[in-house]
Design a protein around this ligand. Structure first.
Ligand SMILES: Nc1ncnc2c1ncn2[C@@H]1O[C@H](COP(=O)(O)OP(=O)(O)OP(=O)(O)O)[C@@H](O)[C@H]1O
Ligand SMILES: [Mg+2]
Length: 106
């Protein structure tokens, strides 16, 4: 079997807010094979966008990401800014759901 291009394992994303912790993603795992197109379906607020943003290293400053997002052998969770910059745009990109508001923390 071909190795996955993207391998997500037990991904959890929590956000600290004045009202307490928001558990946005509670432990998701999936693989994407080369050439494969994967659709993720879920109700609004179930963590689809945050999962994709975590893969790009673009989670807001009040967020904590744990688990593993392996992209072609590079671990994206906790990766250095330099590593993320090399991959973003060149090898991984995204079409933002709401470009005006999704990255206000950058
Ligand atoms: N910076 C943040 N601080 C606190 N909570 C946040 C933050 N960013 C996202 N969330 C919360 O994370 C959860 C998951 O949001 P996400 O945008 O990933 O949902 P979604 O599945 O993409 O929804 P939709 O189908 O509406 O696009 C939501 O409860 C959202 O309010
Ligand atoms: Mg979304």
């Amino acid at each position: 079997m071909t190795s996955p291009i993207l391998s997500v394992r037990d991904l959890k994303i929590d956000f600290d807010t004045p009202d307490g912790t928001v558990h946005a993603v509670k432990g998701t795992s999936f693989d994407v094979a080369p050439g494969e197109c994967l659709g993720i379906v879920g109700e609004s607020g179930s963590g689809k966008s945050q999962s994709a943003l975590a893969a790009m290293g673009l989670i807001a400053d009040n967020g904590t990401v744990t688990g593993s997002i392996n992209f072609q052998g590079t671990e994206m969770v906790g990766a250095k800014a330099k590593t993320l910059r090399k991959i973003r745009g060149a090898q991984m990109s995204m079409i933002f759901q709401d470009p005006l508001t999704s990255l206000t923390h950058i």
